[in-house]
Design a protein around this ligand. Structure first.
Ligand code: PLP
Length: 478
């Protein structure tokens, strides 16, 4: 049967939807395609013109045809994806959509959970890595088994000590990012079917991990200023048999909330009284805008029941995937679990971070990073306060790089997300942070990118799309 130009167009369109060809990539030239499909160059040309007319590709003079960002691409994927049979799976798909959209050459990735890559000392880290690779002649050097590199664990223990927190080196386990720290901790503390206290809203990684481990979430409200609601926490502890509690003490994802100092000892003693171990997710703790690092809840732990999880992903080396747990009395259990799951953390990455820390520039880097993030947050807040409807509530966290925006209840920020896609703008809709839809009128915004004209335009676009979707007139900012 003769291949028609529509067949070729349809075939390529499907491939683009399946991301065989990604946004910005060049599809095969007319000549290559005609050879491949045994059709005339004219037929291929017609197919490509059809794809161009439908908005899938664009022709660039003397370069060929390139895949365009395409709104329908996302919408079609959502329609074509297998029907999720649970709310959990829907959340996963939304998370996947937001993460992939934020990393497909999006101009304004406000939906991303990652900090702006420009903020990190990549050259110094590169030099550290080069030194490590040059110095390591013994093959053992490259298989560092759990609990991880002794030098790095010692440096982490020293940083705890500087805050007056005594954490033994043997308590520290290096992990593949904080996400492994958190999931190993949960796996060590629970059995399938157990109940675990989490926050509402919660970092979507928590929701996914609980689902994977077949655990039942007991969600306790988070105030976007002051963090977890202690009275509700107490009620949850009194009315459920829970095996663990997972919460964020500092610069909560997504709200930016921090638990006031005065409440911290009470939370630790409350959990200890119910003998519920606490998994403290403190990945943003170093990104404070005040004069000193907020104390983790771990500082109030007298019984070894707090597992403190940290990471270098947010403040030093995203992509290196190096995190840790100060696991208290659970260290040995977790170490064994890691040996039979991921086996180990990449040795060069551990050694390069240890080398970088030993060189002595880390604190200066952190100071600069905090100043930059604080200034960027101020600028974004000033602009958003001027352009979003007066009924909007925007958090002003004292650290980290997220803002939590609460809109009128009639707004569904998933619609806003889809409306913004053709403009190369992403946000993280509130639907990602709970499974019951209670934050669908909220969104999380990453402020870590430099506040230049382009970012200013991207933020204005959020206000414009919001207004055209939900009829609230924006005031554009120059
Ligand atoms: C609250 C929270 N915990 C854990 C993680 C995972 O950190 P890592 O990249 O070190 O695995 C993230 C990343 O976004 C996060 O926001």
């Amino acid at each position: 049967m003769q291949v028609r130009y529509q067949d070729i167009a349809c075939w390529i369109e499907t491939q683009i939807q399946q991301r065989v060809w990604q946004v910005g990539e060049r599809i095969p030239s007319v000549r290559e395609m005609s050879r491949l499909q045994h059709v005339s160059p004219m037929t291929v040309m017609r197919a490509y013109e059809q794809l161009e007319a439908d908005g899938w590709v664009e022709a660039r003079p003397r370069s060929g045809f390139f895949v365009r960002p395409h709104y329908n691409q996302l919408a079609d994927n959502i329609l074509a994806r297998p029907q999720a049979d649970s709310q959990w799976l829907n959340t996963h798909q939304d998370v996947f959509d937001v993460i992939s959209a934020s990393h497909q050459g999006t101009r304004y990735p406000f939906g991303s959970a990652f900090p702006d890559p420009q903020l990190f000392p990549m050259q110094a880290l590169g030099r550290a890595m080069a030194r490590v690779l040059r110095q390591s002649s013994h093959p053992d050097h490259f298989t560092i088994l759990p609990p991880g590199d002794m030098g790095l664990r010692r440096l982490i223990a020293q940083r705890y000590l500087r805050q007056g927190i005594k954490v033994g080196i043997d308590e520290i386990i290096i992990t593949n990012g904080a996400i492994e720290a958190l999931s190993l901790s949960l796996a060590a503390l629970t059995q399938p079917g157990d109940k675990v206290i989490i926050e509402a809203p919660a970092f979507y990684g928590v929701l996914q991990t609980l689902e994977r481990l077949q655990l039942e979430p007991i969600a306790v409200s988070v105030d976007p200023d002051t963090g977890i609601d202690i009275n509700e926490l107490e009620r949850a502890l009194a009315s459920h048999q829970v095996s663990a509690c997972w919460l964020m003490s500092n610069f909560h994802n997504p709200t930016g909330a921090s638990i006031p100092d005065i409440d911290r000892p009470r939370i630790v003693s409350l959990l200890a009284a119910y003998q519920v171990p606490l998994i403290e997710d403190d990945v943003y703790g170093e990104l404070y805008f005040s004069s000193s690092r907020p104390m983790p809840l771990k500082a109030h732990d007298t019984q070894g029941g707090v597992l403190h999880c940290g990471s270098f992903s947010k403040q030093l080396a995203p992509g290196f995937r190096v995190g840790w747990i100060a696991a208290g009395c659970y260290a040995m259990q977790i170490e064994k679990r890691q040996s039979v799951s991921s086996l180990a953390v990449g040795a060069p990455n551990q050694l390069a971070i240890a080398d970088y820390l030993k060189q002595g520039g880390y604190d200066a880097h952190l100071r600069r990073l905090r100043e930059t993030l604080s200034a960027r947050q101020n600028r974004v807040l000033t602009q958003l306060n001027a352009i979003l409807p007066a009924s909007t509530w925007i958090s002003a966290p004292k650290g980290g790089y997220f803002l939590w925006v609460i809109l009128d209840k009639k707004v569904d920020t998933r619609e806003l997300f889809h409306a913004l896609r053709p403009f190369g703008v992403t946000i993280a809709p509130g639907a990602l942070f709970a499974t019951d839809g209670r934050f669908n009128h909220c969104f999380r915004l990453n402020i870590s990118t430099e506040h230049n004209d382009a970012v200013c335009d991207g933020l204005n676009q959020i206000a414009r799309s919001l207004s055209s979707l939900f009829a609230a007139p924006p005031v554009p900012v120059k």
